[in-house]
Write a protein that binds this ligand. Structure first.
Ligand SMILES: Nc1nc2c(ncn2[C@@H]2O[C@H](COP(=O)(O)OP(=O)(O)OP(=O)(O)O)[C@@H](O)[C@H]2O)c(=O)[nH]1
Ligand SMILES: [Mg+2]
Length: 420
């Protein structure tokens, strides 16, 4: 059984802290600052690779962390960067954060960084200036991004088998391919899609069966229509209809309706109509059934296949027709995806906002929060530097305008609080 959707927790590494240190040599008790920077935290990268064909390893282990950067050291020694972690997934895997698609790794080698390592903190050697000869401050490393994402593998089968429950989809798949799906004489035997490799003449294609659909599947009836995502990317559908049914036309239109109501309209996808289990209906009844089906589907009778998976009737014909149809579809120029429009994002990282809450002035904004998170509030000079940045960005002015009073008011940024 192949894995298809799995939730995974990922965490990038924390950036290492910068350190405060001064060079001490014999005869020079007060040397210059030599505190090194921390190392960058490792990132989490997902790579599409043919070496993996399932997502099952992510079911077994649900936590994947990249390495933290190490702290800086005296003697201007920079911390070691944390190693990235690379997670291989089969091509075709989509990475989602809630409803948002973070990455669609379609082909071999596609990769995406889905959690960035934390920025390292600067050591005190970084903060030397003409007015500040012995900086007693260093930055803290930032935390790495952490999130819970969903890996979703869409089966890239060439052919999808659809139909009502009990129509004979799994039986057909089991006799034409290497798949060994469960088969039984009751509806909803198949609970998970099955994938099989079909060999016919010199060709090969992948076929998938899915759980049966019923009227209202698109609004969640039966097992719902969620499984259609497994055949969403197939080029061709085999629509299997049970010949022993009393109302073949209705069976056909029911499934067509559900295919149409799926989030992408699958009813207009290339389709071969297959009347199954024909060995178990009297021969003389078959023409009328074909007639009814032809009328409902507007497909010529001669293009509707009659088969029996159990008695091995019509199977080679069906597979050859399937193979031929696939070749025709493959030869067609693939529908050009509309040129990807470049997405222009406004860089809003330097924007900020101040909100007054009682005597506390809460500052928000990507860039300023980053500075605050890297500020070690136990270090006087570090806090002074943060104040300086607040001043330079005009944030202090806004805080004053909102009524802050020296000695009384506090400024809160990210998780840090400092005196006004
Ligand atoms: N007589 C006859 N019975 C068949 C044939 N193919 C399948 N069946 C029977 O029909 C029943 C349902 O077959 P499945 O292959 O499980 O049907 P399915 O469409 O996969 O059903 P779900 O997984 O429930 O959607 C089983 O009892 C099969 O043995 C056939 O060619 N002839
Ligand atoms: Mg089945």
């Amino acid at each position: 059984m192949f894995a298809d959707v799995v939730k995974v927790k990922i965490k990038a590494g924390k950036g290492g802290d910068g350190v405060v240190s001064f060079l001490r040599t014999r005869g020079n008790a007060k040397g210059g600052p030599d505190g090194g920077d921390g190392g960058h935290g490792g990132s989490v990268i997902i790579v599409a690779s043919h070496n993996t064909s399932t997502l099952s390893r992510y079911r077994a282990s649900k936590m994947w962390d990249a390495e933290d950067g190490t702290n800086g050291d005296s003697n201007n020694k920079r911390g070691k960067g944390g190693a990235d972690i690379e997670l291989p997934v089969p091509p075709g895997t989509v990475i989602m954060l809630g409803d948002e698609v973070l990455a669609d790794l379609e082909k071999e080698g596609d990769e995406a960084i889905i959690a960035h390592g934390g920025r390292a903190g600067f050591g005190n050697a970084h903060f030397i200036s003409s007015v500040r000869r012995s900086p007693k401050m260093a930055e803290l490393g930032e935390k790495g991004e952490a999130k819970e994402v969903t890996f979703e593998l869409k089966l890239v089968a060439d052919v999808g088998l659809v139909g009502l429950p009990n129509a004979g989809k799994s039986t057909l798949l089991s006799v034409i391919s290497n798949a060994k799906p469960k088969i039984a004489n009751y509806p909803f035997t198949t609970l998970e899609p099955n994938l099989g490799v079909v060999d016919i003449d010199d060709g090969t294609f992948l076929a998938a069966d899915i759980p049966g659909l019923i009227e209202g599947a698109s609004i969640g009836k039966g097992l719902g229509d969620d499984f259609l995502r497994h055949v969403e990317r197939t080029k061709l559908l085999l629509h299997i209809i049970d010949a022993t049914s009393d109302d073949i036309a209705k069976d056909y239109t029911t499934i067509q309706g559900e295919l149409k109501n799926y989030k992408v309209d699958l009813s207009s996808r290339s389709q071969i109509i297959v009347l199954s289990k024909i060995e178990s209906v009297p021969k003389q009844d078959i023409p009328a059934k074909l007639q009814a089906l032809a009328k409902a589907s507007k497909v010529a009778k001669k293009n509707i296949h009659t088969i029996s998976a159990v008695a091995n009737m019509g199977l080679v014909d069906l597979l050859r027709a399937t193979q031929k149809q696939l070749q025709i579809i493959r030869a067609q120029p693939t529908e050009q995806k509309p040129e990807e429009m470049p997405v222009i994002r406004l860089d809003d990282s330097s924007m900020w906002d101040v909100r007054k809450r009682g005597n506390t002035y809460e500052v928000t904004g990507t860039e300023i929060e980053g500075f605050a998170r890297r500020t070690n509030t136990d270090q006087y000079q570090a806090v002074q530097r943060l104040r300086h940045i607040l001043g330079r960005k005009g944030i202090m002015r806004q805080i004053v305008r909102l009524g802050a009073k020296a000695g009384e008011s506090k400024i809160k940024i990210a998780d840090k609080e400092i005196d006004f």
